[in-house]
Design a protein around this ligand. Structure first.
Ligand code: FES
Length: 359
C-alpha cells in the first residue's frame, strides 16, 4: 500500500502539461478579427439608395392601406347580418388586411435596416459597468448617433409613413372589439340584447326531439337506460347555413338521458317535465357556454370539459362543482300520439352563460 502511495505521489510531482495544452493556456482564444467591410450597392449608388427609400415608404403606406382595408371589410361584410356568405367574407378580408399590414411593416423595416441604415462593424470592448456621468452621456450619444445613422429624423417620408403604418395597424384590432358587442339595427332589433336572444330557441310545443346531426326523430323506446343522446329540434335539420342553422343549433342543442324514474328528484313544478325517466337539458354550459359533452353514467353527472363544472342530472342538473353559477336549463318533454319524444314548450329561462342576466 505504501508503495502504491509513493508511486502516485511521484507521478503527480513529475506530471507536465503537453505542449498543446501549454499553447492553449498562453493563448486561450484566438481572435479571428473582422472580415473586410463590403460596401452595399446603396452605399455606392445614390440612385439605388433613392430606390430603397422609395421601396421602404411604399411598404409602410401599403401597410397603412391594408389596415384601413381590414376596417372597411368589417363594415362592408357585417357579421350582424347573420348570412354565412358575409361571415366568410368578413373573416377572409379582415384576415388578409391585417396579415398584409403586418407583413408590409415587417418587410419594410427589414429592408430599411439592411439597405439604408449604417452597416458599419463595431468592436465593443467590455468594461466594468459604472453609472458615471460619462456613461450617461455616452448612452445619450448612442441614441443621437442611431437617429443620425438610421435617418429617422432626416428621412421624413420614411418616418411619417412608418408612423402612419404603426398607428393604422392598431385600428383594425380596436374596430374588431365592436363585434363583441353587437348593436341593435332596424332589421335585427334585438342583436344587442343577449338575454332576449338566449331566451328564445327553436324549441316550441310539439317539436320532435331528433338525433344530432341526422335529424331523425326519437321515440321514447329508442332511448335506452343509461344512455345519453345529443338532440336537436326536428325542424332545425331542414335549415340551411344561410338561414342560420349554426346560430339556432348553438342555442337549441340538448342532451337527453334516461335514468330510472325513481332516481329523479323532481320539484313539484317540474314533475311532468320528464318522461318515464327521460330528461332533457341544454348542452350549453351556464358558465361561459362550452358544450357540456361528458356524461358519467354511474354517478349521473354531466361534466363540462372547459372548466370542470359538474351538474347532477338526478336533481335538475344542479351545479355540484366548478364555476357555473346556475343549473343547466331543462327542456320540458313528453311523447306525442305516435310515441315520439316532443317538447312541451321552449326553455323557460335563457340558455348559456348566466352573466348576461346580471346587468
Ligand atoms: S364553460 Fe363550462 S365550466 Fe366553464
Amino acid at each position: 500500500m505504501a508503495h502504491e502511495d509513493d508511486a502516485l505521489e511521484h507521478e503527480r510531482a513529475s506530471w507536465k502539461p503537453s505542449s498543446g495544452l501549454a499553447v492553449a493556456v498562453s493563448d486561450p482564444v484566438h481572435n479571428p478579427g473582422l472580415p473586410p467591410h463590403r460596401a452595399r450597392v446603396t452605399d455606392q449608388d445614390p440612385a439605388a439608395m433613392k430606390r430603397a427609400v422609395r421601396t421602404v415608404y411604399t411598404l409602410f403606406y401599403l401597410s397603412a392601406a391594408a389596415s384601413i382595408w381590414a376596417v372597411a371589410a368589417y363594415m362592408i361584410f357585417p357579421i350582424e347580418s347573420g348570412r354565412i356568405v358575409d361571415i366568410r367574407a368578413n373573416n377572409l378580408f379582415i384576415g388578409l388586411g391585417i396579415g398584409l399590414a403586418l407583413l408590409a411593416i415587417g418587410i419594410g423595416a427589414i429592408h430599411w435596416s439592411k439597405a439604408i441604415m449604417s452597416d458599419k462593424e463595431y468592436i465593443e470592448p467590455r468594461h466594468a459597468t459604472r453609472g458615471r456621468d460619462e456613461t450617461r452621456a455616452a448612452a445619450v450619444q448612442v441614441f443621437v448617433d442611431a437617429n443620425e445613422e438610421s435617418g429617422f429624423g432626416r428621412r421624413v417620408m420614411i418616418r411619417n409613413s412608418l408612423i402612419a403604418a404603426v398607428v393604422a395597424s392598431v385600428i383594425p384590432g380596436i374596430t374588431l372589439f365592436r363585434g363583441l358587442a353587437p348593436q341593435n339595427t332596424p332589421s335585427n332589433p334585438h342583436a344587442g340584447d343577449p338575454v332576449f336572444l338566449l331566451s328564445r330557441t327553436m324549441w316550441k310545443e310539439g317539436s320532435r326531439l331528433a338525433r344530432d346531426p341526422e335529424g331523425t326523430p326519437l321515440r321514447a323506446a329508442d332511448v335506452t337506460l343509461g344512455s345519453a343522446v345529443h338532440v336537436i329540434p326536428e325542424e332545425l335539420a331542414g335549415l340551411s347555413h344561410e338561414d342560420g342553422y349554426l346560430e339556432e343549433k348553438a342555442k337549441a342543442i340538448v342532451l337527453l338521458m334516461r335514468l330510472l324514474p325513481e332516481q329523479l328528484v323532481e320539484t313539484e313544478e317540474r314533475k311532468d317535465w320528464s318522461y318515464d325517466g327521460i330528461v332533457a337539458y341544454s348542452k350549453v354550459c351556464t358558465h361561459v357556454g362550452c358544450p357540456v359533452a361528458l356524461y358519467e353514467q354511474q354517478t349521473h353527472h354531466l361534466l363540462c370539459p372547459c372548466h370542470q363544472s359538474q351538474f347532477d342530472v338526478t336533481r335538475g342538473a344542479a351545479v355540484i362543482f366548478g364555476p357555473a353559477a346556475r343549473p343547466l336549463p331543462q327542456l320540458p318533454i313528453t311523447v306525442d300520439a305516435e310515441g315520439y319524444l316532443v317538447a312541451r314548450s321552449d326553455f323557460t329561462e335563457p340558455v348559456g352563460p348566466s352573466f348576461w342576466e346580471r346587468r
